[in-house]
Design a protein around this ligand. Structure first.
Ligand SMILES: NC(=O)c1ccc[n+]([C@@H]2O[C@H](COP(=O)([O-])OP(=O)(O)OC[C@H]3O[C@@H](n4cnc5c(N)ncnc54)[C@H](O)[C@@H]3O)[C@@H](O)[C@H]2O)c1
Length: 690
């Protein structure tokens, strides 16, 4: 490894005009004097008021907790304001302390007033998560998913930025659910930041507990990439959905590289579900996505993710059939209820190859699922005016929904549950969704059938990177490096992983044309351990030579091999009874932290809800140095092989072959492999009914 080459072939990037203001104010912390209140800015979306859950005694505690961030002489004025926020919003966001001297967005890494580059990179990533072009409710510090928080309040943001601007290479910042405990001495190989979000004693992990702790200001729901500063906008979900749909079509509809001539029907054009429209067209399908909320459908149309809008079920079906016949890719947004569409398809005998659902059934009674018996506005009204009747209507709708799914699958349609609790809620509503033995659902979840066996068991997962120069040219150069590496690897890879390589080569070659970059210059692709290490090492070399002008941040989301224990999603294809344990995620967080991660995070919740999942994440800054190379090789190896080994121990065939390959490539890996017991032997014991 050469010394870092300072000469760069890049023209000097002009810093954004407010970079100087950001540099001047970002580290100011909480000033001694009272800041002027910036008011509520209606040009951005705001989080809905939270449920009022605190008793008066608890409200006094929440107020006392909030005031401890500020000098006592400001308390009489701030207490009035914070009590009002608590009464109006159910939370104390400390709106007065939202910075307004600079725009909240990622700046060139060199613009940050930091003593170490790693801290500057973390500041950049925090700013990106709070950018109004990226975040869902930027002024309530929510990045995505309605409640995925970066911090609980603006005082925490201010203190964290101050600590990061002062931090040196031998200190670590400790963050408890957004609250910075402080800087502590460590060493240069230690993480610069350790984040935990929503860690609670297991018996206190219900939704009600969360509401109370969050209102008191002592815990938060960080989702995953929100509370770990690793969100890159919708690119991640579009990529994951494209890979899922492509592989579903290969496994069940005879597709090879494209879904041309294949029909795909689903529902939901909301936050994550909206990605289905874009992914269907990237994959080449003739698709319909039903959406009851006209506003959500039109938003996706304006954004260009929906090809056309259809108000009528027959119009939608006719257009889909025409596209199937011509082999054209199309995403048709049907404004209406998915149940109306499916029942009409059953009547018409429409041929549907792939079928799924992404209504928000993790939240069935508060607007996640609208019943077919009423229109959208009537549903909205009834859920608050008559919750019991609304619940009965949702359950009736789910029974009809499942009956239509069953009719279509009897004619050859492949249906999968998209991790949205469709089967769970349909089953609870008494719909016919159980398998013959009554022990499991009759349809698989997408991880059980598709992502688990094809991707996670082999180590393929969401490797992402962010160019800290904020320069599109660096992203282009990094794309070219990743494409070359994947092509070289695909030429020599074993058959069982070659398709994954080829899909990701195609994805990254089209990445520029798909225009998925929002906020920071970031990219995502799926790669296995060997791929992640090689791409990262080549990035590091390119930074060293000056081909890439500034450090790159590596990271990932939770939809991955090792980082997440989530029994109905990421670990749904673990069948040895350990799907409800969380050792893997916790070990991942700890193991990454001493193998060179720049920051690590551990979360309760993420995707499927508080109490339902534990996930760990990391961020790693590559600066072109030999130290970076040492750390990336060590940490990325562990970050993938931890999960593969656990999946292998659960007797998953793909994972067994993947970890055997890893042990040949690196003789320092020695793992415990399972021995297989014969079915005949096992079945000879414990016979009879329980
Ligand atoms: N995209 C993924 O890869 C993925 C992965 C795992 C889980 N999920 C799950 O998918 C669900 C959707 O996530 P989201 O962020 O898009 O939620 P969201 O609430 O933003 O969107 C869901 C959409 O479904 C619409 N809808 C509700 N009932 C309907 C009905 N009967 N017919 C037609 N449309 C209806 C709603 O109006 C809403 O726009 C969640 O439960 C999420 O956890 C998604």
């Amino acid at each position: 490894m050469k010394a870092i080459n300072k000469a760069s072939p890049h023209p000097q990037l002009t810093m954004p005009s407010d970079a100087d203001a950001m540099r001047a104010y970002v580290g100011e912390g909480i000033p001694e004097h009272l800041l002027e209140h910036p008011g509520i800015d209606d040009s951005v979306d705001h989080a809905p008021p939270r449920r009022q859950v605190l008793t008066n005694a608890e409200k006094r505690l929440a107020l006392r907790n909030a005031l401890r961030y500020f000098p006592t002489r400001l308390h009489s004025q701030l207490s009035v304001e914070f009590a009002k926020e608590l009464n109006e919003y159910g939370r104390i966001w400390m709106m007065r302390y939202r910075p307004t001297q600079y725009e909240m967005k990622a700046y060139h890494i060199d613009a940050y007033p930091a003593k170490c580059k790693q801290a500057a990179a973390i500041m950049l990533m925090i700013h990106n998560n709070l950018d109004s072009a990226v975040a869902q409710f930027p002024h309530e510090l929510i990045t995505y998913g309605g409640n995925g928080a970066v911090f609980q309040n603006w005082a925490q943001y201010r203190l964290v930025m101050k600590y990061l601007s002062e931090m040196e290479d031998d200190q670590t910042l400790v963050i408890y659910s957004g609250h910075p405990l402080g800087l502590f001495p460590s060493h240069s190989d230690a993480p610069r930041v350790v984040v935990t979000n929503g860690m609670v004693i297991p018996n206190y992990s219900s939704q009600d507990d969360y509401d109370r702790f969050n209102a008191l200001g002592v815990s938060q729901y960080g989702q995953m990439t929100a509370g770990s500063y690793m969100y890159i906008g919708p690119q991640g979900i579009v990529h994951g959905t494209t890979i899922t749909v492509l592989n579903a079509a290969r496994m069940h509809a005879g597709a090879t590289d494209s879904l041309s001539g294949i029909t795909f029907v689903t529902s939901g054009l909301g936050g994550m579900s909206g990605a289905q429209a874009k992914a269907a067209v990237i994959a080449g399908a003739a698709s319909i996505i039903s959406e009851v909320n006209p506003h959500a459908a039109h938003k996706r149309h304006q954004q260009g993710w929906l090809s056309v809008i259809a108000d009528d079920v027959d119009d939608a079906i006719d257009r889909m059939e025409a596209a199937k016949a011509s082999g054209d890719a199309i995403s048709i947004g049907h404004i209406g209820n998915i149940v109306d569409l499916l029942e009409r398809m059953v009547e018409r005998g429409t041929s549907v190859d792939l079928l799924s659902d992404q209504t928000s059934l993790h939240n069935p009674w508060q607007g996640g699922y609208y019943p077919v018996t009423m229109d959208f506005e009537a549903g909205k009204e009834m859920m608050s005016s008559n919750p019991a009747e609304f619940k009965a209507a949702v359950q009736e709708s789910l029974r009809r929904h499942a009956a239509a799914v069953n009719s279509l699958t009897e004619s050859g349609t492949y249906f999968w549950d998209y991790g949205n609790a469709f089967l769970l809620e349909a089953g609870r509503a008494g719909a016919d969704v159980m398998s013959d033995d009554g022990l499991s659902f009759r349809y698989p979840s997408y991880v059980e059938d598709i992502m688990g066996p094809l991707c996670f068991d082999f180590g393929f997962g969401p490797f992402r990177w962010v160019c800290t120069s904020c320069d599109p040219l660096d992203l282009k150069r990094s794309d070219a490096i990743a494409t070359r590496v994947l092509k070289e690897m695909a030429a020599n890879s074993s058959r069982d992983i070659q398709q994954q390589m080829l899909d990701n080569i195609r994805w990254i070659e089209q990445a520029g044309a798909n225009e998925m970059v929002v906020g920071s210059q970031a990219r995502i692709l799926y790669a296995n351990a060997a791929g992640r290490k090689r791409i990262a090492k080549e990035f590091n070399d390119a930074i060293n030579s000056g081909l890439i002008s500034a450090p790159i941040v590596l990271g990932r989301d939770h939809h991955d091999v090792s980082g997440t224990d989530s029994p109905y999603r990421e670990t749904a294809n673990i069948h040895d009874g350990s799907m409800f344990t969380a050792d893997m995620a916790v070990q991942n967080f700890v193991g990454d932290s001493f193998r060179g991660a720049t920051w690590v995070s551990l979360h309760n919740g993420g995707g499927v809800g508080w109490g339902e999942v534990i996930n760990g994440g990391f961020g790693m800054v590559l600066d072109g140095s030999a130290d970076s190379e040492r750390k990336l090789l060590s940490m990325l190896d562990w970050d993938v092989n931890n999960g593969i080994t656990r999946r292998a121990w659960a007797r998953n065939d793909g994972a067994i072959s993947a970890i055997k390959r890893a042990m040949i490539e690196n003789p320092k890996i020695k793992v415990t492999l399972p021995n297989q017991a014969e079915d005949k032997l096992i079945d000879s014991f414990f016979r009879g009914e329980d």
